[in-house]
Ligand binder design. Structure first.
Ligand SMILES: Nc1nc2c(ncn2[C@@H]2O[C@H](COP(=O)(O)OP(=O)(O)OP(=O)(O)O)[C@@H](O)[C@H]2O)c(=O)[nH]1
Ligand SMILES: [Zn+2]
Length: 203
């Protein structure tokens, strides 16, 4: 997999000023963004997040999932450390796209869980491919990560293409009555490491 680096700029946020790097996937034209802070090319493990696009959670305040809360927590953690990288990956709906995610939500409104809904639409439970991260991390000089995630597939994918995960740091935020079933299904069917759902809600 290959990407073309386009440009970098400053991106001030309420937690600090990040540098925003734009890349285009050479295969499908998808536009990915990486937000970085500090010296990430010094060879030491970098606090990092592979964040899969979720328009509804990241931008439209949806409580159906935990994405927006995780995005905010990851940016805050990176800003607090003064060093890190968040890869904003255009993998909407676990890779099935926004319109199909809305179709899946429609099935979930009628009782299906998140995995069953994908399957009824003819998709796998999780269609994401993390291969595109490798050339972006290489371009930025990141050699290993302290990864903010509850998803063991992300750790496995990175290690398989040669980016060691020095540490996995849990990222449990935003549990609420609307996403309780969704998170329980992720833990039960998708292998997410969500140790204490009640604790997350209390936070
Ligand atoms: N197909 C589908 N995608 C969903 C659904 N809810 C959220 N998503 C997408 O799932 C992706 C986020 O994946 P999650 O499973 O929430 O979390 P993760 O990225 O695997 O794991 P973490 O690193 O722990 O956050 C985003 O692309 C969302 O758009 C759903 O019900 N159906
Ligand atoms: Zn989401």
């Amino acid at each position: 997999m290959a990407v073309t680096f386009v440009a970098s700029s400053q991106l001030p946020t309420q937690w600090g000023t990040f540098t925003m790097h734009g890349f285009v996937d050479d295969e499908n034209g998808k536009e990915h963004v990486v937000l970085t802070m500090g010296d990430i090319a010094d060879g030491k493990p970098v606090l990092g997040r592979l964040h899969s696009e979720c328009l509804t959670g990241d931008a439209l305040f949806s409580l159906r999932c935990d994405c927006g809360f995780q995005l905010e927590a990851a940016l805050k953690a990176i800003a607090a450390e003064g060093r890190g990288a968040l890869l904003y990956l255009r993998q909407e709906g676990r890779g099935i796209g926004l319109m199909n995610k809305i179709r899946a939500y429609n099935l979930q409104d009628q009782g299906a869980d998140t995995v069953e809904a994908n399957e009824r639409l003819g998709f796998g439970a999780d269609m994401r491919d993390y291969g595109i991260c490798r050339p972006m991390l290489e371009h930025l000089g990141i050699r290993s990560l302290k990864l903010l995630t509850n998803n063991p597939r992300k750790v496995k994918a990175l290690e398989e293409f040669g980016i060691p995960v020095a540490e996995r740091l849990p990222l449990q935020f935003g549990l609420n009555p609307f996403n309780r079933k969704y998170l329980a299904t992720k833990a039960g069917k998708l292998g997410h490491m969500l140790g204490n759902l009640h604790q997350a809600e209390a936070d």
